[in-house]
Design a protein around this ligand. Structure first.
Ligand code: PEP
Length: 247
């Protein structure tokens, strides 16, 4: 059985004092064995995550990683640097990075490979824009994005986490319905099975809240969530974690 995974994506939010309060309340909350919980923080706060969460049952990670090992890449952060701060996860290919930083499918795949080489689990994001959805291109877009990762990683695909995040649902309050999300997840699952990686957890992300999490997580191919805005308030995030535990 796949275990539910709930990951918070803080994006470029937080400060030392706010993070301290949020991490403390999450770390002291009772999290059952049935769910794995992680937060992905901005780079400067990874040391703070390590300090506060080290003895907790929560994991932490980053929101991006360089596709290179080391060298003249000003402003970039390598996978081995993330290891130094205890990261177990890194988000790669978030739609904001694809759109705002021009990351191609191939660059996203290279980032996933860097993470795996360093022993970090990449959370590979795929998802279609509103225009693509309206043009009936959802399946074509997400399978192309996943195929780039499968091709580059070959046999290593079993160690990734996949996140389906429709771009039109991110930060908009307009989540995919459970049936809509399940249909895409089932297609992604079939593609993963075809590459020998059928057990890869597939998270749903895009306006997951305490009041829709349970319904989404109940779907057979939704193995948890990647949570943006609602991961910034401990009460909301804990309610989503609880939904993952109870389904
Ligand atoms: C995200 O950015 O990964 C995300 C899912 O955001 P939100 O939950 O705020 O829609």
């Amino acid at each position: 059985m796949r275990k539910n995974l709930v990951v918070g994506n803080w994006k470029m939010n937080g400060d030392k004092a706010q993070n301290e309060a949020l991490l403390q309340s999450l770390s002291t909350a009772c999290i059952a064995e049935k769910v794995t919980v992680a937060v992905c923080a901005p780079f400067p706060y990874l040391a703070q995550c390590q300090q506060v969460l080290d003895t907790s049952c929560m994991a932490w990670g980053a929101q991006d990683v360089s596709e290179h090992d080391a060298g003249a890449f000003t402003g970039d952060v390598s996978a081995s640097m993330l290891v130094d701060f205890g990261c177990q996860y890194v988000i790669v290919g978030h739609s904001e990075r694809r759109a705002l930083h021009g990351e191609s499918d191939e660059v996203v795949a290279q980032k996933a490979r860097q993470a795996l080489n360093a022993g970090i689990t990449p959370i590979v994001c795929v998802g279609e824009t509103a225009d693509e959805q309206e043009s009936g291109l959802t399946h074509a877009v997400v399978s192309r994005q996943l195929a780039a990762v499968i091709d580059l990683l070959a046999g290593d695909t079993t160690s990734i986490v996949l996140a389906y995040e429709p771009v039109w649902a991110i930060g908009t309050g307009k989540n995919a319905t459970p049936a809509q999300a399940q249909a895409v997840h089932a297609q992604l699952r079939a593609q993963l099975i075809g590459s020998g990686a059928g057990d890869v957890p597939i998270l749903y992300g895009g306006s997951v809240k305490a009041d829709n999490a349970r319904e989404l997580f109940s779907e057979s191919d939704i193995d948890g969530g990647l949570i943006g805005g609602a991961s910034l308030k401990s009460e909301d995030f804990l309610a989503i974690i609880q939904a993952a535990i109870e389904v």
